[in-house]
Design a protein around this ligand. Structure first.
Ligand code: ZN
Length: 133
């Protein structure tokens, strides 16, 4: 294992490596690949092309060019990453809570899941109501 790591370090020395754009490209390639299994079979060629491009980036020695690509990506996809973070949240932290709307003022209230019937007190208007958590 150590030998493998040394070998990998030697190979990667002076090369660019992984970044946010790289992770994004690989994710997109995976999604396209899965979609291609159910729809257009030749679509998988596109995912291979994307992964090929990302490998080119990872092993590239022109680090400043790759860095600029990544910077452009990071600056232009804030909304996209926020969207993915939201999805990730709903699968992790979001599972622990349930969100209710206050019947009086519409304020969104977050309560822990699985506590049975509980009384919720709105922190905005003080309204109390019972819901199953
Ligand atoms: Zn309220």
């Amino acid at each position: 294992m150590n030998r493998f790591r040394n070998w990998l370090q030697r190979i990667m020395y002076g090369r660019y490596g992984q970044d946010q754009l790289g992770l994004f490209l690989i994710t997109v390639a995976m999604i396209i690949f899965i979609v291609s299994l159910f729809t257009v079979p030749y679509l998988y060629l596109l995912s291979i092309a994307i992964i090929g491009y990302e490998y080119f980036r990872m092993f590239s020695k022109n680090r400043s060019a790759r860095y600029k690509e990544n910077l452009w990506f990071v600056n232009h996809t804030l909304w996209l990453r926020k969207f993915f973070e939201k999805i990730k949240y709903s699968f992790t932290e979001g599972r622990k809570y349930k969100v209710f709307k206050c019947p009086k003022c519409g304020q969104k209230l977050r309560v822990p899941r699985g506590r049975g019937k509980i009384e919720i007190r709105c922190r905005k208007c003080g309204e109390q109501f019972i819901r199953k958590s």
